[in-house]
Design a protein around this ligand. Sequence first.
Ligand code: SAM
Ligand code: SF4
Length: 323
Amino acid sequence: MYQIEDHMGRRFEKLRVSLLNTCNFACTYCVSSETSAAPSVIAPIHHEEQLDTNKFATLIEAVSKLCRLKSIRLTGGEPLLYMNLIPLIEKIKLIGIDDIRLTTNGYYLKQTARQLKEAGLRSINVSLDAIDTDVMKKIARHKGPKKALEGIETALNEGLKVKLNAVIMRGQNESQIIPLLEYASSMGIKVRYLELMKMGHLYEQQNEAFFSEQEILNTIAEKYEISQLIRTSSETARYWSAGDNRVFGIIANESTPFCHDCNRLRMDSRGYFFGCLSNANGEKLAPYINDSELLSNKLRQLLLLKQPVKFHGSALSMRNIGG
Ligand code: SAM
Ligand code: SF4
């Protein structure tokens, strides 16, 4: 029996760490167009609140000892903007966690892929919502996909595992579902489509852009014969094959929730921990790290916050909590 486990057998086995809440993109689903007026439970980070690399490593080590973490995902904001990313990856390796992953918009991946691999990073999820330049520019409110595509190629050449994530929105990028699938299969990688989540400025909004899992499947089935593959427990995505040699996943928080076996714990760049994305109340664990009993109790309380069945959205901004 694990020390920290709930009545549904859920544990914290994967930690996502948001290294900073700044980003070079301003994706429409992540950043409000009136950012300063956006309702947010987390105010923009004041400089003194941002954890330094040693503090990140100390907190990760303390939690890892109690939860027996299997993997860590570094995210943000944009994690490739975090100055000490390479030393942090090296420190996490020294803690004894070998499975270190990263989620990035890929803009700076080309120039960092080799160092990331050498430091011990295992795999990268690149968020790429479009292959078409105009579509991508409108969503990211930045440049087209060219830099991310170059970054993906370099990362693969360096021996990193790569997956694509694409948030699909009605009227914005459903036209990109097939191009993304065909691009991914041409590179020998998987694409995962994400249903839009009610986070941050989208919380409590009726969102007409929501494009469901079924609609994504229908779009692909118009061109390819699809067949569902077996789901691995605690995986956020369910996978399908599409014709020969193409595999895609869908992360359908709304249509097919996966709360029942969710094993993720999250930490933001101030050191606040979150047991569930649906609960916007974080807990600062730094005061307890030298008392394993108190720390265990705090982690158990965070585990109790996990939804039993369904994600409800929250005012937490993805840019703060890291997806
Ligand atoms: N900047 C990095 C990136 O974009 O990959 C890492 C941080 S970003 C917050 C992490 C993931 O959250 C991205 O794949 C992004 O598409 C996803 N995301 C952000 N807001 C979302 C929303 N409202 N619904 C679904 N996914 C969202
Ligand atoms: Fe930045 Fe990632 Fe949010 Fe886009 S999804 S604005 S790249 S943090």
